[in-house]
Write a protein that binds this ligand. Structure first.
Ligand code: ADP
Ligand code: MG
Length: 353
């Protein structure tokens, strides 16, 4: 039995986040927006349920998930989403493991959302913005590949956007399908590198309105009518990019040299970006779907003095991370670690809050 609380709030999942809303449901897990009780900021939580037998030994159990490991390899690349921490809960009764990872939030969601919003409101995304995004996507992809990783899933749902100080940054997320160079043959590696760039071209064509979702694009099919909407400098970059992704590169270095040529061409067409009028490119602060966050904050505020010693909190729920009602419990951290390691065997590592 857990001891009665006097002092703090303790989270089932072990480390202080509250569910805000669902962002996306994938085939194996889901991504949700959560709020940290440590600093009140929003983060993204990804959860995936797996069979615990996949963790064959102690080393496998205590290592971060594959996606987290790959993200850690590229953590110093600026436009890649950042892992904030991870936890793995083991339920011995069900032979299941719940993989949980926390990521920095990209406050404008994915390119997919921008595409939908732009279509809905009948806006055309300004060319200077597209130039900036294209350059930044190409550069990021080169850097990730230079770090020895092909992403292999760079569709519009996995390129994210973050607005800060009037600028919009493009961020590459979701390393769930990524592969390390040493896991590929030379041919797989090269075609993976090329298809990462082909995906970028596809997204650009989508954002420009040249194609619809899921339709493979060939620039030569883009009618002159559609081309007229953009300057010939920008269209020329897209043509060059298409030619690059259609040829078989001799080596990664050669491919990267060609892509760098596109980046240089983009710099020529680049003009200052005017975001005025693009209201869907401004972040809105989402509301919580239920109230426990406010309640938990109240409890913490009341017990600030003793909270230092009772630094873990829980919200009762039927499933970690899915709190529906708040039940205040508290315990010293050592007790928590013992209890949870026994029942759920949670292993977690916190990088930053
Ligand atoms: N860091 C983030 N910031 C904002 N939205 C995100 C973030 N991470 C994921 N999402 C949203 O959640 C969706 C699913 O997340 P993703 O990491 O792509 O997982 P999956 O492996 O299920 O595809 C994304 O398409 C995006 O809309
Ligand atoms: Mg995804």
């Amino acid at each position: 039995m857990l001891p009665e609380s006097q002092n703090a709030v303790f989270f089932n999942e072990g480390h202080g986040y509250l569910f805000v809303k669902t962002l996306g449901q994938g085939q194996f897990g889901c991504a949700s927006l959560v709020r940290s009780l440590h600093n009140g900021r929003l983060y993204v939580r990804k959860e995936e349920l797996r069979l615990s037998e996949v963790y064959s030994d102690h080393q496998a159990r205590t290592q971060p998930s594959r996606e987290a490991q790959l993200a850690l390899k590229v953590k110093d690349i600026q436009n890649v989403y950042k892992l904030k921490g991870w936890v793995r809960h083991f339920s011995s009764a069900e032979s299941k493991a719940l993989e949980v990872s926390y990521w920095s939030l990209c406050n404008l969601g994915s390119m997919n959302g921008v595409y939908d919003a732009a279509r809905k409101y009948g806006h055309r995304l300004p060319e200077p913005l597209l130039c900036q995004w294209l350059g930044s996507m190409l550069k990021t992809t080169i850097q990730v590949q230079q770090a020895g990783i092909i992403h292999r899933d760079g569709h519009e749902g996995n390129w994210l956007l973050h607005a800060e100080n009037g600028r919009v940054k493009v961020i590459l997320g979701d390393f769930g399908c990524a592969k390390l160079r040493e896991e590929c043959t030379q041919q797989q590696w090269l075609s993976g590198c090329r298809s990462d760039f082909a995906n970028i071209l596809q997204i650009m064509c989508l954002l420009c309105g040249f194609t619809d979702k899921g339709t493979p694009i060939s620039m030569s099919q883009v009618s002159s009518y559609r081309r007229e909407r953009y300057s010939c400098g920008f269209m020329q970059v897209l043509d060059v990019l298409e030619a690059i992704v259609q040829t078989r590169p001799r080596s990664t270095t050669y491919l990267h040299e060609q892509i760098s040529h596109c980046i240089a061409m983009l710099a020529q067409v680049n003009r200052p970006v005017d975001l005025a009028g693009l209201s869907y490119l401004r972040p809105t602060v989402p509301k919580l779907e239920f109230a426990p966050y406010e309640q938990a904050r109240g409890v913490i505020a009341k017990n600030r003095a003793s909270f230092k010693n009772w630094n873990i909190a829980t919200v009762s729920s039927e499933y970690p991370g899915r709190a529906s009602s708040i039940k205040v419990l508290g315990m010293p951290r050592e007790f928590h670690d013992k209890y949870y390691r026994k029942e759920w065997g949670s292993i977690y590592q916190k990088f930053e809050h």
